[in-house]
Ligand binder design. Structure first.
Ligand SMILES: O=c1[nH]cnc2c1ncn2[C@@H]1O[C@H](COP(=O)(O)OP(=O)(O)O)[C@@H](O)[C@H]1O
Ligand SMILES: [Ca+2]
Length: 488
């Protein structure tokens, strides 16, 4: 007598084939779905036309994630050779030409197929704001010249303009908080301190209601409302402040000047024109402009700080409290990112992680070091920068402590930063994010889990069910709906 097992029945073979086919299909779908999608990148270009130089930034981001915070990163930075565009007032075509090399680099860096869809923006800051005051006609021509160069590039030209001090401050704040992914964190945001050559910006969220509309900016980002205090001090960038400080010390009849903000042994013949060529200082006669004076160092931090305090006006304030020059400012709050020249100077001086008292001691020591020792110790550093670090460091300390009212308690909340997650801190990224609407007002709806995770979970659940079915069949016997075993 032979027993015919169910495996030999046509029906069971059929069921088994379907089971296997279903499993194979599921595995195949899961593998295909989980295969990392070929990343499609988008690009954007911002030219930061600063008072001292222009830098071109190329940003990139995965196309399908453009509204997620922190997804845009810096792909490339190109430093334009020579000075800032405002220095081309007398030879405006040169301003346009100066950008050509970096635009060429952009063509190499961004895939050709993407050129047309890559927006390019140029924002000019305080150097051009000053030129606008001094010589409007030339300023307009400089902007036209840079516009022409950018329009001639294969990229999608989106505008070249002089941005306001408020924009400069606010976009710097957006950049550091976007890169730090702070907009979706409960911990709150980070203030932004930007020091340029011709202006400086302070921007932070304050609990206090902002008392002057000029200093208030409101944003709704990722579902949260932010009221931001911001102020830009034109002429208080480190290069213009040096002119302001020299103006205070120099009399037009002087042939030499002893300056505590420069090292002993430093001595350089300088034209009055170098100090008085700016709208930040009082004009002098053409005669006086052509004279020169011997700029000599005496290297004394305390005296230097006292001389720098003279360029701040701490006396008048129409609001509950002010920083300086009658500008309203609520008390500083929270942590701050201090970038651009704040970072360059404090990093050079090795003073980025010290207490306020130690920072002062460090400055005292640095300023009293003789010039020849400084030169010996830093043979590779550009002499122009090198000569000014004592002045710049002392100005930074004075601006932060006496100007913005940081104290020895909250000094540690200032982080001197150059880059966050590989991208430079500065206004340019925030500017592009804003103009391309990449920061949504409301938080995007996020699925419970990523797509890949969902497919994998579904696959495992299905396999689990199939195994259960199989075990159920073998251990508990055939379901009653199957025909009874035939005994032959
Ligand atoms: O390596 C460096 N050491 C010191 N200062 C630097 C270095 N690189 C750039 N800087 C300074 O940083 C400042 C940048 O200012 P920027 O050109 O952005 O002007 P703006 O923001 O006022 O328009 C300038 O004062 C420039 O001299
Ligand atoms: Ca700048």
């Amino acid at each position: 007598m032979k027993t015919k097992t169910p495996w030999h029945s046509g029906k069971m073979i059929c069921v088994a084939v379907f089971f296997i086919a279903a499993i194979v299909t599921l595995v195949a779908i899961a593998i295909v779905q989980n295969k990392p999608l070929e990343q499609k990148y988008k690009y954007g270009i911002v030219l930061d036309a600063g008072s001292s130089h222009t830098a071109m930034y190329i940003y990139e981001w995965p196309a399908e994630k453009e509204n997620n915070t922190g997804m845009v990163g810096q792909r490339h930075k190109c430093k334009v050779k020579g000075k800032g565009i405002s220095s081309y007032a007398r030879e405006v075509a040169g301003a346009g030409r100066s950008l050509a090399m970096c635009m060429e680099e952009a063509k190499q860096c961004i895939p050709a197929a993407k050129h047309q869809d890559t927006p390019v923006y140029l924002g000019a800051t305080a150097g051009m704001r000053l030129l606008m005051k001094q010589d409007r006609n030339s300023a307009v021509k400089v902007m036209e010249a840079v516009q022409q160069t950018l329009q001639a590039s294969p990229f999608s030209y989106q505008g070249a303009r002089i941005i306001s001090g408020q924009e400069e401050g606010a976009f710097g704040w957006i950049t550091v908080n976007y890169l730090g992914k702070n907009f979706q964190k409960a911990a709150g945001t980070m203030g932004a301190l930007d020091l340029g050559g011709a202006s400086t910006q302070i921007t932070f969220v304050s609990k206090e209601t902002i008392q002057s509309p000029d200093n208030a900016m409101e944003f709704r980002l990722y579902g949260n409302d932010y009221q931001v205090y911001t102020h830009s001090f034109l002429c208080y960038g480190k290069d213009q402040v040096l002119k302001l400080a020299l103006e205070k010390k120099l009399k037009s009849a002087d042939t030499s000047l002893e300056d505590p903000c420069f090292h002993t042994g430093y001595s350089e013949d300088k034209l009055f024109q170098k100090v008085f060529d700016s709208p930040c200082v009082q004009a002098v006669s053409t005669d006086a402009m052509n004279k020169s004076f011997m700029h000599k160092g005496s290297g004394n931090f305390i005296e230097c700080q006292n001389s720098i305090k003279d360029i701040f006006n701490f006396s008048q304030c129409k609001n509950s409290q002010c920083s300086f020059n009658g500008v309203y400012q609520p008390p500083v709050e929270g942590t701050f990112g201090a970038f651009s020249a704040f970072y360059f100077v404090m990093n050079f001086l090795n003073l980025t992680g010290q207490s306020l008292a130690d920072t002062k001691k460090g400055m005292e020591h640095y300023c009293q070091t003789p010039w020849n020792t400084i030169v010996e110790n830093h043979p590779k550093v550009d002499k122009k920068y090198l000569a000014e670090y004592c002045f710049s460091g002392t100005y930074i300390l004075t601006l932060l402590e006496n100007g913005y009212n940081f104290t020895s308690e909250n000094w540690k909340d200032i982080n001197f930063i150059d880059k966050i997650e590989g991208s430079n801190a500065g206004w340019s990224l925030g500017y592009m994010l804003n103009l391309t609407n990449m920061i949504p007002a409301e938080a995007p709806d996020t699925p419970l889990m990523p797509h890949g995770g969902f497919v994998t979970l579904m696959l495992f659940l299905t396999l689990f069910l199939l195994i259960l079915l199989f075990l159920g069949y073998t251990f508990l016997g055939r379901p009653s709906c199957l025909p009874p075993k035939e005994i032959v």
